[in-house]
Design a protein. Sequence first.
Length: 202
Amino acid sequence: MKTWAVLMTSVLLSSSVFSHELTEATPLQYDYIYGSVSSGTYRSPSTDGDNASSVIVGINHKFDDSDLLWSADYGSRFVHPNDLTIDHYLLRVGLGYRWLLADKLDLVTNGKVGALRIDAGDKETDFVYSVDLGLRYAVTEKFETSLFAEALRNKWLDENIYTFSGDYYFYPKFALGGFVSYRDGERGSSIREAGILAKFTY
């Protein structure tokens, strides 16, 4: 198992639109529910160009009058190396913190724990933990972008995950966006993927 402490950087910009107002102290929104779907390519020393896909739903929350954050997510990932199918089911909860660095720019970190279930014929479940560090920046009142780095650790696979995304608020509490990510795994394995994301603020 690799050492789980890996630095990561994340630029996630969140804004609000039309009648949705942002406070000077918190120009970025942290209270939202989201869902994403993605597809990409899995590579390893024994295979090249096989398909990988995922579906993720989650919730993020910032406690009132505090910079403390709470989050939870559930994801299903399907990898198809050498005509096999390996299913990953990941459930996590965690706490985080944000620092206001400048107008519309925050530094954010999160730590999460949970369970990972892998189904490759035999089903196994094990403890998983992760940590991330990143920047969030509001480009405009309607447009946000993000660059994430995350270290995810469990007994089967250690991954370092890097994600860049952009979201646009078409309505006061609804945004659509896209993202690309690179998942660097052990033993020369990696996943490159792109996807779309929907976000609902509350």
